[in-house]
Design a protein around this ligand. Structure first.
Ligand SMILES: C[S@@+](CC[C@H](N)C(=O)[O-])C[C@H]1O[C@@H](n2cnc3c(N)ncnc32)[C@H](O)[C@@H]1O
Length: 191
């Protein structure tokens, strides 16, 4: 199925966008499924920079990445994604945010409105024209609603002349269906 889960849908979508040699950020590495997907998609000349505040998550992700032999193009950073500008100086082609808590991990360690918004702002400012950011918002856990509202509010108010923001959800699923935001920086118009 194309969109049985939101993550498969994001991978399908990004697959049609990502080119070999591009630079992508995984702002929430977790168990490393997205990092691995990005690393395989950008190819040997590409670069993936991943962040997580949990060492356990990064260790798990590193195992997956090494198993597939793509560790040469991945940098895993044990720090908050709100500090991504301390580590990344070059423009990026895209970023993935997969909000919430680590599946099968400690459900009290969650992404939060304050740092998520900082990371989003910084990613958008590093984003190349034509670049893309995907954000999956899960909000069924304690603290999730607050982050969801903040992200939604922030994205709805971004200048439409510079950034296009789309939003998708499963409208016939009633138990906190995840929300996908797709953010694209517009290319400069030729004068
Ligand atoms: C839903 S999981 C990500 C799943 C992941 N994309 C995957 O493919 O398995 C969210 C992750 O965000 C991490 N996280 C929470 N707050 C963070 C922060 N401020 N900076 C970076 N990562 C954070 C959590 O530790 C958790 O591993």
């Amino acid at each position: 199925m194309f969109f049985n889960t939101i993550t498969t849908m994001v991978h399908q979508l990004l697959r049609s966008y990502i080119q070999p040699g591009q630079i992508f950020v995984d702002a929430t590495v977790g168990n490393g499924y997205d990092t691995l997907f990005l690393a395989q998609s950008v190819g040997e000349n590409g670069r993936v920079i991943g962040f997580d505040i949990q060492e356990k998550a990064l260790e798990e992700a590193l195992k997956k990445i090494k198993k597939e032999g793509v560790e040469d193009r991945v940098s895993l950073i044990h720090d908050c994604h709100s500090k991504l500008d301390c580590y990344i100086k070059d423009p990026i082609d895209g970023a993935m945010f997969n909000l919430g808590y680590l599946p099968k991990g400690d459900s009290t360690i969650i992404t939060t409105a304050e740092t998520t918004l900082q990371a989003l702002r910084k990613s958008i400012s590093l984003l190349k024209p034509g670049g893309i950011i995907t954000v999956i918002s899960y909000y069924g856990h304690d603290g999730g609603e607050e982050e969801k509202k903040a992200v939604d509010q922030y994205l709805k108010n971004i200048n439409e002349k510079e950034i296009t923001v789309g939003c998708f959800s499963f409208i016939n699923r009633h138990h906190y269906p995840p929300i996908l935001y797709i953010i694209e920086k517009r290319k400069n118009r030729k004068k």
